[in-house]
Design a protein around this ligand. Structure first.
Ligand code: ZN
Length: 158
């Protein structure tokens, strides 16, 4: 088992040292939402581009960029998240989000049919975080921020 933990640690460090999709997008057309985890001081800005937003769950996440700073768990989770959502349908992005939050032991995740088959890819490396409840908020910060950005992108009137 220690071999697996070493591999996971390596994946997390790799995303922390070389974060994917760092930067900014022009707003508009992109939507920007800031997230903050006061327990740890983590800050994440999500810049989100959604194509054909009027299609709801069938709209496509065409681009995402991440700004902000914080601990290795928050920043590596956000980096992995960008890889997991670019080019996906909004409905599929929400499914990955539900599956990941459920992996993190978040209660009240409304899992739906098909979520079992979602492949979390690198995000699986964060499963050890569930043993450290104070760090779970770090791991889900990017996802909660993305959720708000999706809501805003799909319904800009609100
Ligand atoms: Zn943190």
């Amino acid at each position: 088992m220690s071999g697996l933990e070493d591999l996971y640690r390596e994946i997390i460090l790799d995303h922390y040292r070389t974060p994917r999709n760092r930067g900014e997008l022009d707003t508009p057309p992109a939507t920007k939402v800031d997230g903050h985890n006061p327990l740890c001081g983590d800050e994440i800005s999500v810049y989100l581009m959604v194509e054909d937003a009027e299609n709801g769950d069938d709209a496509i996440v065409t681009d995402i960029k991440i700004g902000g700073q914080g601990c290795s768990i928050s920043q590596s989770s956000a980096s992995m998240m960008t890889n997991a959502v670019i080019g996906k349908r909004v409905g599929d992005v929400r499914a990955v989000s539900r599956k990941f939050k459920s992996l993190m032991g978040i209660e009240n995740v409304d899992l739906q049919a098909g979520d079992d088959e979602v492949d979390l890819e690198d995000l699986e490396a964060l499963q050890g975080v569930v043993k450290f409840p104070v760090r779970i908020k770090c791991a889900v910060l990017g996802w909660n921020t993305l959720s708000s950005a999706l809501d805003e992108a799909l319904d800009p009137a609100e």
